[in-house]
Design a protein around this ligand. Structure first.
Ligand SMILES: *[C@@H]1O[C@H](CO)[C@@H](O)[C@H](O)[C@H]1NC(C)=O
Ligand SMILES: *[C@@H]1O[C@H](CO)[C@@H](O)[C@H](O)[C@H]1NC(C)=O
Ligand SMILES: *[C@@H]1O[C@H](CO)[C@@H](O)[C@H](O)[C@H]1NC(C)=O
Length: 372
């Protein structure tokens, strides 16, 4: 009896051990199945599309307002770039605690590809190691020291004073919900552009070529489609004159939003709906301008899978022909941090970007400085 029970226990322990060993693999398999099964909807996002004439005119700088007389402004959109980082208290943000190599690469790509008149990094918490003190010095972070030497301007935004912190600060979840952090990031970018105008880029968006042809567009705001089915206009890249009526309209939609439920609606779907209703306020670009390939499992894999010698040569030639892009009409690549971080992005180092040939690494290599 005792022997049999001991045997059972052994088998159970053994099974638990095996499960523990393979848990990451199992999770990966499950995630893959969840995303690539025919009912996941990712096929719609990946579907083939062709650019419309209006999108091409928006890209090549020949777009005109539907009603020429209502021309809002003829001065170009200022060639200044804005990034946001570290708006959340790092104590409550385990995923993205400090400014790191890939964040540096994103800002380098904007410096090199866009040659901006100014580049602002808007932040609340930026020190290294991460500190919950919003006034600790960002210069403790070596990447930040490097970037400020290259002309990047740091703009500090104090943490929101209202609403007050929760009674029980030991509950991170409650704290997060309380402050509505996604709300903060989404509305800050709109407020910055309403005041200063320019080019807003998410910290996982990499500029590949100059945006010059966009800056003279008569529309006050320019956005890019997300998805081959163009289901939305993503707020990871926004180009706008100051005081844009479109951005005001968009911003006011956040005032009564519950973003724990509707983040994607307010940041991707709603701008598309607003743009359809107000076509002379915003010029829209085809999906490949900023958001192609997309965030689907297969598309992310395509960006990060190792290329053989032949394919490496082909893609190097293509990128050179396109002056830095994978496709003729691509201006930036959004790397979809939320979906690609665990699988690929978290593993990248300067050494890997330099030596391993993936489409992503081939695009990024020229933004690396020699001494890192
Ligand atoms: C811009 O794109 C439109 C639409 O495809 C095309 O008709 C026009 O010739 C293009 N203009 C330039 C200058 O490339
Ligand atoms: C275009 O402008 C004219 C005259 O200013 C105006 O009557 C008309 O409603 C406008 N059309 C659109 C679509 O805005
Ligand atoms: C934006 O609008 C405000 C008031 O309507 C005006 O005072 C300000 O000069 C405008 N800013 C720009 C950059 O046009």
């Amino acid at each position: 009896m005792i022997v049999r029970n001991a045997l059972r226990l052994c088998i159970l322990c053994y099974m638990a051990f095996i499960l523990y060993l393979f848990a990451p693999k199992l999770y990966y398999l499950f995630d893959r199945l969840r995303q690539t099964n025919p009912w996941s909807g990712q096929k719609w996002i990946e579907q083939i599309w062709i650019p419309t004439d209006a999108e091409l005119r928006c890209l090549n700088g020949t777009a005109q307002l539907p009603n020429k007389t209502s021309s809002s402004s003829s001065s170009p959109i200022p060639n200044i770039v804005h990034f946001n980082f570290g708006l959340k208290n790092p104590l409550y943000d385990s995923k993205n605690p400090q400014f790191d190599f890939l964040n540096y690469l994103a800002i380098r790509s904007a410096l090199i590809s866009l040659s901006p008149d100014a580049l602002y990094l808007h932040y609340t918490y930026l020190s290294s190691p991460p500190s919950a003190d919003p006034y600790s010095s960002p210069k403790t972070n070596p990447w930040i020291r490097r970037l400020t030497r290259q002309g990047v301007t740091l703009v500090h935004h104090p943490p929101p004073s209202t609403p007050p912190p929760p009674q029980n600060p030991t509950s991170p979840k409650q704290h997060r919900q309380h402050l509505q952090y996604p709300h903060l990031s989404d509305t800050l970018r709109l407020n910055i552009l309403l005041t200063l105008g320019g080019i807003y880029l998410d910290i996982d968006a990499f500029a590949l070529r100059p945006f010059t042809s966009l800056l003279h567009n008569p529309h006050p705001t320019i956005l890019g489609h997300e998805g081959g089915n163009r289901f939305g206009l993503c707020n990871a890249v926004i180009i706008s004159r100051p005081n844009s009526s479109f951005l005001s309209r968009w911003l006011s939609s956040y005032s009564h939003a519950d973003l724990s439920k509707e983040w994607n609606y307010h940041s991707v779907r709603l701008p598309k709906i607003l743009a359809d209703e107000n076509p002379d306020e915003v010029c829209t670009l085809a999906p490949d301008a900023f958001f192609w390939p997309t965030w689907t499992w297969r598309h992310i894999e395509w960006m990060h899978s190792l290329l053989d010698r032949q394919k490496t040569k082909e893609w190097k030639d293509t990128i050179e022909r396109n002056e830095g892009s994978l496709f003729k009409n691509q201006l930036a690549y959004h790397s979809w941090n939320q979906l690609a971080w665990d699988r690929y992005l978290s593993k990248l180092t300067p050494e890997i970007v330099r030596t391993k040939n993936t489409r992503f690494n081939l695009l990024m290599r020229r933004f690396l400085e020699d001494d890192i």
